[in-house]
Design a protein around this ligand. Structure first.
Ligand SMILES: Nc1ncnc2c1ncn2[C@@H]1O[C@H](COP(=O)(O)OP(=O)(O)OP(=O)(O)O)[C@@H](O)[C@H]1O
Length: 258
């Protein structure tokens, strides 16, 4: 861990792990596609030849294993937990890979949940990871705060949908990140529009986007606008997100590589 990112809450990475860059993915509320964005970013970095990992810090609503079609249990050695490998080789750790039944609810209190996220950092053996994406729970509660304080985040990406009060969501994320000295790498608008597969016309079904204006207001780039696409929903449902045809976040990938 970089010395400059350490603070009194920092937890050490497992001694056998190596993680070069850590990017958090946050949203103001649930269901806006934060896990989808996390998955798509991991997929593009993997396609570009990097070693990639996803730490699913959304302990009570984990959806990463499902979109990659992964089931537990994750392996373990005496030294630590082993992430589960996706079909294309992305290392993934999620509470759903540790439960004996993925439909079991996680009925834990905040400190236990926050402790689990820390363990995913310190007790999982992450092998030679170039880019780790952390799927945070929505909002600015206990667990996002733990991740912000305990993990050496290089930056965060904020995901919102057009029907949200985007300005407020982004303002909260920007202020939280500023308090913690973590750069905001950019904004993503998910469910931005629907493109008719027959005639190609574009419909902003959740209302007109003001994401460009918000991005400009806060001086952060708008990384991508992702449409509502039944194919995306289907791929997530079937655990085949790695088969997504489009190279979403390719331009962002190039920026990250620099
Ligand atoms: N652009 C999209 N087109 C079609 N379906 C989408 C799109 N984005 C997300 N979905 C679907 O919406 C559901 C919620 O997405 P996702 O799990 O990524 O949201 P989330 O913000 O991570 O939610 P939570 O934080 O509550 O877990 C999923 O079933 C996903 O497949």
């Amino acid at each position: 861990m970089n010395a400059d990112k350490k603070n009194e809450f920092s937890v050490e990475l497992h001694e056998k792990s190596s993680v070069k860059k850590v990017i958090g993915v946050v949203s103001g509320k649930g269901g806006v596609g934060k896990s989808l964005v996390t998955s798509l970013m991991a997929v593009i970095m993997q396609r570009r030849g990097h070693q990639v990992a996803i730490l699913d810090a959304d302990i009570t609503g984990p959806s990463i294993p499902k979109s990659f079609g992964l089931k537990g249990p994750a392996g373990a050695t005496e030294e630590g937990l082993l992430p589960v490998m996706s079909k294309s080789g992305i290392q993934i750790m999620s509470v759903n890979l540790l439960l004996s039944d993925a439909t079991d609810p996680v009925v834990w209190r905040g400190p236990i949940i926050a402790g689990t996220v820390k363990q995913f950092w310190s007790e999982v053996i992450w092998e030679d990871v170039d880019y780790m994406f952390v799927d945070l729970p929505p909002g600015t509660g206990d667990v996002p705060l733990t991740v912000f304080q305990s993990l050496p985040l290089d930056g965060i990406v904020v995901v919102a949908s057009p029907q949200e009060l985007v300005n407020m969501v982004v303002a909260k994320a920007v202020k939280m990140a500023q308090k913690m000295n973590i750069p905001i790498l950019g904004l993503v608008e998910n469910m931005s529009y629907f493109k008719c597969p027959d005639c190609g016309s574009v419909h902003e079904i959740f209302g007109k986007s003001n994401m460009e204006a918000v991005a400009e207001q806060y001086g952060v780039p708008l990384l991508e606008k992702i449409p509502v696409d039944p194919i995306i929903a289907d791929l997530c449902d079937k655990g085949l997100i790695e088969m997504v045809k489009e190279n979403w976040f390719e331009e962002f990938a190039k920026v990250l590589e620099k």
